[in-house]
Design a protein around this ligand. Structure first.
Ligand code: HGY
Ligand code: MN
Ligand code: MN
Length: 425
């Protein structure tokens, strides 16, 4: 087939496929109601009942559209077109994101990429498009790690990083993942069946809201992501000695919350002052027994470090470990680092970047190439295949909050670019 043919002609002479914008926006509205709260926030933490309900909604929409929906052993939702639409036996293209959210998060982080992937698949199916690669849509499980603290769970299973996952994962309250995963259609004992071999995918594409201010500030509709930040997530447990707040003398106290407070200051300083890594955050603290007139006996806190340079991330982690040991000693409490999940920074594939850029140009959308300060499943799937990411602007650059929003026309633009990129690849 001569290369001069346009994308539309390659699909089938005379057609030019476009997504159904109204359907995309309607599905996003419906999905946002699941786990939705008065303030416009959404809470569908990985493997929670609300998450399960959200996945079931997307699966139903896919089946009603004539597609098939299956769940792999890791709990990832996979959507496919019925057979008979691909011209060659080349490896498939995977397109998607995650359906779970953080607690009281936004309606677009993750969900947008999955609903857009469904829209692309349905448009290909309805258009009878014959493509060189099968296109598979994916809703990765538990990307955020909000309830079960293993972020990127689903993509790590798909990428075969099973040795980096705990054997019997539990949520923050100690409840086993095994049952929740089974309820979602997965099976902890069969994770191997959900792994894909390197080279078994032609590409992975993820459409996502930027979650930052760059595209909005520059007035661009499309972001071509060049790299995804590295991230180190440490879950720390501090054990001290509970006591009566009124009768226990100050000297000799073993108060883990005082150690935690000093550690939080040290984490903030290492990024804000010492500049050891780009950003550092403690966003979750759990105090036991969390009673106003009792000296706590245990505190759990999560440290989140980010940088695009693995060496700087390592140095920052080393500094946190050193500070923790010194503070625990002086506070006479026992410190345990329960888990450390490291996600390496990755660069997206140059050929896919060019294809995204060409698609945006053809469709007339202003674009910008930029790094991602947020982590994404794409940085894990990069173990297997070349990856590409497309961003659309976040209003006020905010995310992981109820006011997370993107203009409808930008949501549609992103999905159009995703469709055209799939067709070009
Ligand atoms: O934390 C992140 O960067 C992503 O939202 N999981
Ligand atoms: Mn997120
Ligand atoms: Mn996300």
């Amino acid at each position: 087939m001569p290369d001069s043919l346009t994308v539309a002609d390659k699909v089938r002479p005379g057609t030019s496929l476009r997504i159904d914008g109204a359907r995309l926006l309607d599905r996003l509205d419906r999905l946002a109601e699941i786990g939705g709260s008065e303030d416009g926030g959404v809470t569908r933490m990985g493997f929670s009942d609300a998450d399960q309900e959200g996945r079931a909604y997307v699966a139903r929409q896919a089946v009603e559209a004539g597609l098939t929906a299956t769940v792999d052993a890791g709990g990832n939702l996979l959507l496919r077109r019925p057979e008979g639409h691909r011209r060659s036996t080349r490896p498939p293209i995977l397109v998607g994101s995650h359906l779970d959210t953080v607690a009281n998060g936004g309606r677009l982080d993750g969900a947008y990429g999955v609903v857009a992937a469904l829209e692309v698949l349905q448009t290909l199916h309805e258009g009878g498009a014959e493509t060189d690669h099968e296109t598979i849509a994916v809703g990765f499980a538990n990307e955020e790690g909000a309830l079960f603290p293993q972020p990127f769970w689903g993509s790590m299973v798909l990428a075969g990083r099973l040795d980096a996952l705990p054997g019997e994962p539990e949520d923050y309250a100690g409840r086993p993942l095994r049952d929740a995963l089974a309820r979602a259609g997965g099976d902890l004992s069969l994770l191997k069946t959900a792994t894909w071999a390197p080279g078994s995918l032609a590409a992975y594409l993820e459409l996502h809201v930027e979650q930052g201010p760059v595209l909005e500030r520059l007035g661009r509709s499309i972001g071509v992501v060049e790299s995804i930040t590295g991230r180190t997530h440490m879950s720390v447990q501090l054990h001290g000695k509970a006591g009566h707040a009124g009768t226990t003398p100050m000297e000799g106290r073993q108060d883990p919350l005082v150690v935690a407070a000093n550690l939080i200051q040290a984490v903030q300083r290492l990024a804000a002052e010492e500049k050891l890594c780009r950003v550092a955050t403690v966003g979750r603290v759990e105090v036991h027994p969390n009673s106003p007139n009792t000296i706590p006996d245990a505190v759990r806190l999560d440290v989140d470090l980010r940088d695009s340079d693995p060496a700087r991330l390592d140095a920052a982690e080393h500094t946190v470990r050193g500070a923790l040991a010194a503070l625990a000693r002086s506070g006479n409490v026992r410190a345990v680092i329960e888990s450390t999940v490291r996600s390496a920074p990755v660069h997206t594939d140059p050929r896919i970047r060019d294809t995204i850029a060409a698609s945006a140009t053809e469709l007339g959308y202003a674009q910008e190439t930029l790094p991602s300060g947020a982590g994404h499943d794409a940085q894990v799937v990069a173990d297997l295949a070349p990856v590409g990411m497309i961003f659309v602007p976040s209003i006020d650059g905010v995310s992981h909050v109820p006011s997370e929003r993107t203009a409808p026309e930008d949501l549609i633009a992103g999905a159009e670019v995703l469709l055209r990129t799939v067709l070009k690849l």
